[in-house]
Design a protein around this ligand. Sequence first.
Ligand SMILES: Cc1ncc(COP(=O)(O)O)c(C=O)c1O
Length: 391
Amino acid sequence: MRDTPLPYGKQWIDEDDIAAVAGVLRSDFVTCGPKITELERVLCDYTGAAHAVALNSGTAALHAAVRAAGIGAGDEVITTPLTFMASANCALYEGAVPVFADIDEETYNIDPARIEEKITPRTRAVVAVDYAGEVVDADAIRALCDAHRLVFIEDAAHAIGSKHRGRMTGSYADLTCFSFHPVKTVTAGEGGALLCDDGERAYRAELFRSHGMEHDASRMTQMTAEQAKEEPWYYEQQMLGYNYRMPDINAALLISQMQKIDRFIARRKEIAAKYDAAFSGMRGILLQKRAPWSDAARHLYVIRLDTQALSCTRGEFYHALRDMRIYSQIHYVPVYYFPEYQRRGYGRGLCPVAERVYDSILSIPLFPKMEDRDADDVIEAVETLCRKYRR
Ligand SMILES: Cc1ncc(COP(=O)(O)O)c(C=O)c1O
């Protein structure tokens, strides 16, 4: 039995991260200032995207993506049910309708064949989530989006540093969203970013993150350059926006974390490889299939219980692991199970594969600061429970 509980995910903050934040606290800017510009350049350099817009959460990035894509009332946006609710909520924020397409039973990612079935004349976009960091079938999704004039939004909240056929997430979808919540690969405390190649969309996202306010006189519609010189305090609200600004404090933390991202991902891959070796072939455990196009940064390590081989429920397995101080998590309750969605008329049974997968999965601990002996404890605990519950 472990002395201390092992969480499923955790940030790794060092003294250099703390020093970076302290540096901002001693400077003139604590909110959106020079660190944001620096961070956006770091994200572009890392991913190969032409533009990056830093925001104060991944949720804000998704909202900005939907707005930048020009999606509005009555439009339909197709997404997966096996995700954090933000992937669907972003459509609701703009009055659009989330439409759930079922997942592939092996990769747990949205199935392009199911997307195609859900396309109607009102469909405007696909929000495809790189579940656990495994990259979606971007070629098939791109082909569907091109054929039906849809915007391809990649929710890569789990997948900064993942690659699709050698290309970094952030560099191939129309709009890509990252999250920098503490359990993610790198953290800003809270934070997100929107990446794209389209300068106009990036500009709209920048306005959107700060109330739609335009300070640049050359872009104002109600003021000439001459008038702007007379009234330098003037700014124009050009659209309805929000306060989705990331403070420089958070940006400094993230810039510091980005210097370590390759090391973090390499360590995640090492632990995941250890798990792969232990669990592949273990009766009672099924593993998420790794698609040939996906080089995942391994955000989550998901095991699926083979209910033919084991006599326990997922809930019993979860609690038994917890009794051994191994804290797993379930990613995710299908979004449309929630009261908010049930009230909107989404019924259970909508995506049977996602529902089946949800009933039998657990995310076991995976974070770069884990020691090898922590991973050994997880393997031993899973093995013990499989022996206990094997039919
Ligand atoms: C798939 C997915 N999309 C979006 C988000 C939202 O990100 P944030 O928590 O930074 O708002 C998350 C966060 O957990 C997520 O896992």
